[in-house]
Design a protein around this ligand. Sequence first.
Ligand code: GLU
Length: 463
Amino acid sequence: MTIRTRFAPSPTGLLHIGGARTALFNFLAARHHGGSFLLRIEDTDKARSTKQAVDVILDGLAWLGLTPDEPPVFQSTREARHAEVAHQLLAEGRAYKCYCTPEDLTAMREAAQAAGKPPRYNGYWRDRDPALAPPGVKPAIRLKVQSNGQTTITDLVQGEVTVADSELDDMIILRSDGTPTYLHAVVVDDHDMGITHVIRGDDHLTNTFRQIQIFKACGWDLPKFAHIPLIHGADGAKLSKRHGAVSILEFREQGFLPEALCNYLLRLGWGHGDEEFLPRDKQIELFDLDGVGRAASRMDYAKLTHLNGQWLRAADDARLAADVAARLPAQCGLTPDETAQNRILRLMPGLKERAKTLADLTASAAFLARTVPLPFEPKAEALLTPPARAMLAKLAPHLAATDFTAATIDATLRAFAESEGLKLGQVAQPLRAALTGSTTSPGIDATLEALGKEESLKRIQTV
Ligand code: GLU
């Protein structure tokens, strides 16, 4: 069997990391078995679905490298098919028309509650003659729920789960206005899309038992189910804004790499020994739903940041330089020209060693895109004492005489420090302050080399 999975977000809110992890698990399960990963936008709730949320889903998935294998299916375009299946069930006697008004249903619920029973539909129209229907009431279509006592599923994550059929009432599949209910639309779409594995958040576990009733009434094979635990904040509470970033695009803005976020989300709640750093091909090779834990996972931003640092160090320099160039205008108000971009690329091996996020990386690379006079951090300013300035003025012609490669710069600085009776740091620190406006940068020789002779001398002479 070729497996087909789907991610089925409702575009009613922004794609959050819980959704991203569900998408990732669906993607990896499909890829691991050489199957297909599909996307279905569940936009039947027209009042709450927005185009912006759809764009964030598409954009977020593309950013995470979780592009579906087929064009996305928009659930709202399939309403005629949902209605067709409901009418088919009606024709086969597996569903019936219910003429209860909202007031009838409220009264039914209240009566059940007063009798100490759960507030469910009591099957009023199940066996009643439709000829008794009140005039002018448009009926809804309800499924005749079949009772075998109980239903058990073997969930690929949760194991065996059993629910008594008495927990289920005859649910509406098609509302009186002809629109499908959510539970019904999902089943029809999963069937028509050939979904073999439904992998979703465990908040949907109870829906599964209702959906199974619809699958069975239609005579369709059941997919396999895997309900994955939700992600909580470090304090165990439902993840929310106060824990930190939640929306996927916020992580992007904060300078996380998509590879790092996916790697983190995978490791959160899925184990493979002690291996932390897992590139996508390794993830695909190793991922199995068996390895997904049942307990809710806790989001650990510090761990994610640490992992992001590892991914930054492993990332391609040209790609990081392009990311930094793209962030500089908004983050630092700088527009790097080609020269600045080349400098950033050259110094990238040193810059990325020290950064945890693209935001850090951009801040540390900003000096390469500035022109004199540089802004100075107070600590850097403090290093530029009159004697230090005099020392730099004396150093400048020595540097000017080199071919300005890291090796000759290093040798020149050492020789100069020695001839002045100074330690290398006593030369390098004021020099760094003059070149960068700060007290930290990659090695001073690499920093000088990346800036180039002309710009370095200009900066030294301007302090
Ligand atoms: N649309 C549902 C949600 O966003 C998911 C439904 C499903 O995966 O079956 O929570």
